[in-house]
Design a protein around this ligand. Structure first.
Ligand code: ZN
Length: 249
């Protein structure tokens, strides 16, 4: 597999609508690292959230399994990483080929539910965040704080915020507006993206408001039965909170 390394920014359809499961696209470039498209619904690993997996399906029946999605070297570049063992199939790809990009929705929806739950956790634990990881199996947040946290109290708080069914929405603001409101930036490790002149704010109505580029559910009720599975003291100034779904979920 070889082709141009020249890439154009990918239309990030998941930014405006996290509910999209598929889109039409064309190959703009590909190399040993992966496949670039002119548009995609695949979220690239970032902000602690795992990259999407799924399939690229072609009208002639070819189907390429995508194991992961990563950001490329240039701004706006999104690399769809094929699963191993598809070399013969990958050798048939040509720039400009049309396809339908499908994400693994079951996996992504778990990312969205966990990710939105981490926003609820930020509201329950009013301390800076200095680490974050969101996968399909668990989510974890590291809070910069020395006080102990109560597992049952946090689980009860999450259950209440889920049951209250708060709407989740997003809007774009300019860098200048963000600079005028430094309190919006809660995270110590994941700074809002700069340089494009605008930043996306994620609001859980009445609960949390902060810059975030990840994917979220539309209402906290969609999160379902999430609980705190573990609280760890990682250091004198770090408390790690791990979230999981209840076994039946
Ligand atoms: Zn978020």
């Amino acid at each position: 597999m070889s082709d141009s390394t020249v890439t154009q920014p990918t239309a990030e359809l998941f930014r405006e609508d996290a509910q999209l499961r598929e889109c039409e696209a064309r190959i703009t470039a590909f190399d040993e690292r992966g496949i670039r498209l002119d548009a995609t619904v695949f979220y690239p690993h970032g902000g602690g959230q795992a990259g999407d997996s799924g399939e690229l399906r072609f009208a002639d029946g070819r189907c390429i399994a995508i194991a992961d999605t990563r950001k490329g070297d240039t701004p706006g570049e999104i690399v769809h990483v094929p699963a191993s063992g598809q070399d013969a199939l990958l050798a048939t790809l040509r720039r400009g080929d049309a396809l339908t990009a499908h994400i693994d929705w079951t996996r992504r929806h778990r990312h969205m539910r966990f990710h939105t739950a981490t926003h609820l956790l930020c509201a329950l634990v009013p301390h800076p965040v200095d680490g974050c990881s969101i996968t399909a199996a668990y989510a974890r947040l590291d809070f910069h704080m020395s006080e102990p946290l109560d597992k049952e109290a946090l689980s009860a708080g999450l259950a209440r915020l889920v049951a209250e069914a708060h709407p989740v929405s997003q809007r774009w603001i300019s860098d200048a507006e963000l600079d005028a409101n430094p309190g919006l930036v809660r995270s110590m490790s994941v700074q809002p993206p700069r340089g494009t002149g605008r930043v996306r704010l994620l609001e859980v109505a009445g609960v949390d408001l902060q810059p975030c580029g990840g994917t979220h559910v539309a209402n906290t009720a969609e999160i379902g039965a999430v609980v705190v599975t573990k609280i760890e003291k990682k250091s004198a100034m770090t408390r790690r909170v791990v979230l999981g779904f209840t076994p039946a979920d």
